[in-house]
Ligand binder design. Structure first.
Ligand code: PLP
Length: 230
């Protein structure tokens, strides 16, 4: 089990490295998405050098963060945020990738403890205009970015998206790549409007390469590292 995890970790790192080199792009940071996987698996990857981990549900993350509080992990919250769950997220995470409305951003800023640095946040963009998906519509990214930039205890780090999954792994990546390209353009539009950000949080187990091709700085990988979620 531990050996498998170690092997998959090395494969994912190599995959990212090779893809970036082949595409002539910078290597993105690997965010290990540990939702539905136990604390020991996180500790194993930590011991192998992994530092950034992502969780999607506070109810699940709470006990894992407590188990692992002896480690200097960079914790990323990547799941949907209910407004009554903002406080523990503001208190325990370093990054939030799933900001899609001002109310939640405002609460996170108000609840961020004063002794911690500003919470790094990405706006989650509903890049394919899907009814079922959370995220701010592309045309509302600029006003939301302006509002978030004005909040004292948040740092607007960038943009995140999850493209619609119209095909399985190994098939033509073009639709995903087009979606990632649109996210990169939105980041550029923010820049032209005077809002400079660093992060493009895009790419998961099945669409890593398309994301890297479009300039991803953070790939969020779960299944390819930890195996199928139970
Ligand atoms: C679960 C999840 C991932 C990881 O997905 P895999 O396909 O298992 O790599 C990435 N991003 C978000 C927002 C997720 O919820």
């Amino acid at each position: 089990m531990t050996n498998d995890l170690q092997q998959r970790f090395q494969q994912v790192i190599q995959h990212i490295r090779d893809a970036a080199a082949r595409l002539g792009k910078p290597e993105p940071t690997l965010l290990a998405v540990s939702k539905k996987h136990p604390s020991d698996a996180i500790r194993t990857l930590y011991d192998l050098g992994q530092r950034d981990f992502g969780e999607s549900y506070w109810q699940e993350a709470e006990s894992k963060l407590a188990d692992l509080n002896d480690l200097d992990i960079v914790w990323h919250f990547i799941g949907p945020i209910q407004s009554n769950k903002t406080r523990p997220i503001a208190e325990h995470f370093d990054w939030v990738h799933s900001i899609d409305r001002e109310k939640v951003a405002r609460r996170l800023s108000e609840q961020r403890p004063a002794h911690l640095p500003p919470l790094k946040v990405c706006l989650q963009v509903n890049i394919d205009h899907e009814d079922t998906k959370s995220g701010v519509p592309p045309e509302q990214v600029l006003p939301l970015a302006r509002a978030v930039s004005g909040l004292p205890n948040l740092h607007l780090a960038g943009l995140m998206c999850i493209p619609s999954r119209v095909q399985a792994a190994g098939e033509d990546e073009t639709p995903q790549r087009a979606a990632f390209h649109r996210l990169a353009l939105l980041k550029q539009q923010l820049e032209e409007a005077g809002i400079t950000t660093q992060a493009l949080s895009m790419g998961m187990s099945d669409d890593l390469e398309a994301a890297i091709a479009e300039g991803s700085t953070l790939v969020r990988v779960g299944t390819a590292l930890f195996g199928e979620r139970r």
